[in-house]
Design a protein around this ligand. Structure first.
Ligand code: G3I
Ligand code: 9MR
Ligand code: ZN
Length: 567
């Protein structure tokens, strides 16, 4: 017995399984950045060590902070600050009496892999082409899908419609212009803001090596589909989906007709879709000009034409027509999309007409730049306002006001983030469907503020939201598939559910906790009275908590781009 007891005492820390009571960013921490892990435990611990993953040697010793109660999770949280540890390597946190954490890295370019996977996930979402993630991910492939489309009666047209590419929206195979709008816009912004460091990153796409940066190659796949959704009169149809969701099959096995769906009455196209389309095509015109000038010209012509339609029909909202049950992305107010269209067109062309529209209307939206509630698929006013200042909008009063609002909101978010025991920017009310994208969009908001006035606090708070998504959360889960040692594994994602691979498709962000429990899995499988941050389960059935979506991945890509090493 005696020798056995001794063995237990002397057992190296690594033999224990990691505990969810310890929370770290499972991708890791940049060498020069603040590095904090969290402890949420009933046992009152005081000391911690950071150990090397390869030999358990102690690399850092520290004292835990006092515990703070977090009402959103119900946890009592202490912080383990090891910012001073700067040696490149792989480590874990060890807290006597609590346990050890999952492994994390310290590295000058610690998010390179995560960025690659998160951005490349769009390639996996491609519709209309055979996809194969290659030798790196054997078995992750699907055949060309949804190659034929048709006009739905609600579109005002009939007959076949050439179905051109695009990305599957989410865990379903629909393609929705409104959601494509903020997703593609956010990715294009990532390019515009962090281009120098993204330019040479190879995503191993069919187009790689064609002289265009791969991030733009991937974005173009969706732009071509969006262009195909524009009618001859300039208006843009709302979505292209089947009439109802198919089962959990691979995309090429989805035999439902892929319809171009409209509003069911004149003018058939919707204003929110057309506004988002205009903005995105205007940005694309700027981004593609140096690489594919002809395509850039096509995007700009399409944007101008869409603008003309929008001026004529500013208030056509979309609701699913009878017989259609796929996603709605219904938004009752398209004036923010209209403003975004004006702002991006002005930034691209400097034309007076767009400027005039912007100046006449931006005042109505100033409250959109606020400390709670960042941009989202149905609220793009922030993007409109920011693009004006980022693009050197000429009116000093407007530009000054927007700058002021942006910095004041960011200051407030920084304060709130520092005061949150989990060190991220979410409020109790932010745990909605797709809440992880709210965290990511706060991060983006902070990085935009940093672009307006450099402030390390903004970058730090933005990165804190990234840490939350990558494991420093109530579940100690990395909410990005195949990133980190303990990622979530059961996304509501048809290819992941239908294929035979053990792990889900890589690089996808989970929707995250949803206090409203808007699906049956959440309603029936979760304990009653969970606090908002804990209203989550890693279950394929739980589409209101565990689906993935292109508009959720996009701010993650933006945030990761901001955290990449390099220029
Ligand atoms: O904004 C309100 C908030 O004020 C309120 O406190 C809260 C209470 O639940 O609700 C918030 O609104 C929610 C809204 O998302 C926020 O954007 C709604 O409840 C919620 O139902 C709505 O969910 C949307 C969902 O479709 C259902 O319509 C998601 O945003 C949207 O991302 C999701 O999109 C689906 C597509 O339709 C189909 N493809 C998959 C995709 C992802 O799940
Ligand atoms: O898979 C669908 C998902 O993409 C949507 O976000 C969600 C809400 O609209 O709906 C999912 O489809 C479910 C449908 O609404 C109800 N029957 C089960 C479907 C999931 O297999
Ligand atoms: Zn498809």
């Amino acid at each position: 017995m005696r020798w056995f007891a001794l063995l237990l005492i002397a057992a190296p820390a690594f033999s224990a399984a990691p505990t969810i009571e310890l929370k770290v960013d499972q991708a890791g921490y940049s060498t020069a950045a603040p590095k904090v892990g969290l402890v949420a435990s009933k046992s009152a611990a005081k000391e911690f060590t950071v150990r090397r993953a390869d030999n358990d040697a102690v690399a850092f010793r520290g004292t835990l902070s006092d515990a703070a109660d977090d009402p959103d999770s119900g946890d009592r949280v202490q912080a383990a600050d090891f910012t001073k540890l700067t040696r490149t390597g792989k480590y874990y946190l060890d807290v006597p009496g609590v346990g050890r954490s999952w492994i994390f890295a310290i590295d000058p370019d610690v998010y390179a892999r995560s960025w690659y996977l998160a951005m490349r996930s769009y390639y996996g979402q491609r519709c209309g082409i055979a996809v194969d993630l290659g030798p790196e991910f054997p078995g992750y492939k699907h055949e060309a899908c949804h190659m034929e489309g048709a006009y739905h009666a609600s579109s005002g047209k009939s007959g076949p419609h050439v179905s051109k590419g695009g990305w599957h929206d989410a865990g379903d195979y629909g393609r929705y212009v409104v959601n494509s709008g903020i997703s593609t816009g956010t990715l294009l912004w990532a390019w515009e803001m962090f281009g120098p460091r993204l330019r040479t990153i190879r995503l191993n796409l069919p187009e790689s090596g064609n002289g265009t940066p791969d991030i733009l190659n991937e974005i173009r796949w969706n732009l071509d589909w969006m262009l195909a959704m524009q009618d001859d009169d300039g208006g843009v149809w709302h979505k292209q989906t089947s009439e109802r969701f198919c089962g959990f099959v691979m995309p090429e096995k989805d035999t439902f007709v892929s319809y171009v769906i409209g509003t069911g009455k004149e003018p058939f196209k919707s204003s929110c879709a057309t506004g988002d389309f205009t903005a995105v095509m205007a940005i694309a015109a700027r981004a593609f000009r140096p690489f594919q000038p002809e395509f850039a010209g096509k995007c700009l012509r399409a944007a101008r034409q869409a603008w003309t339609w929008l001026e004529k029909y500013p208030n056509v909202t979309f609701n699913n027509p009878p017989g259609v049950a796929t996603g709605g992305y219904g938004d009752g107010n398209c004036s923010d999309e209209h403003l975004w269209a004006a702002a991006e067109l002005y930034r691209t062309t400097s034309d007076d007409a767009y400027h005039k529209y912007f100046l006449e209307h931006y005042g109505d939206f100033r409250k959109s730049i606020r400390p709670t509630g960042p941009q989202s698929w149905n609220n793009v006013a922030n993007l409109a306002l920011w693009t004006y200042v980022l693009g050197n909008g000429k009116d000093a009063v407007a530009a000054g006001a927007i700058r002021q609002d942006s910095l004041a909101a960011a200051d407030e978010i920084v304060k709130r983030t520092a005061a949150n025991p989990y060190r991220m920017s979410m409020t109790s009310r932010d745990y909605i469907w797709g809440s992880n994208s709210v965290a990511a969009n706060y991060g983006m908001q902070l990085l935009v503020a940093d672009a307006l006035r450099r402030d390390p606090r903004y970058v730090e708070a933005a990165t804190d939201n990234l840490h939350y998504l990558l494991g420093r959360n109530a579940f100690s889960l990395s909410w990005v598939t195949q990133v980190g040692e303990n990622p979530f594994r059961h996304p509501h994602h048809r290819p992941s559910g239908a294929d035979t691979n053990a792990e889900p498709w890589p690089g996808l962000l989970s929707g995250g906790p949803n206090r409203s429990r808007q699906d049956n899995a959440m309603r029936t499988k979760l304990a009653a009275d969970l606090p908002p941050a804990k209203s989550y389960l890693d279950d394929q059935e739980a589409y209101a908590a565990n689906e993935v979506a292109i508009n959720w991945n996009a701010p993650l890509v933006f945030l990761l781009a901001g955290a990449l090493g390099g220029k």
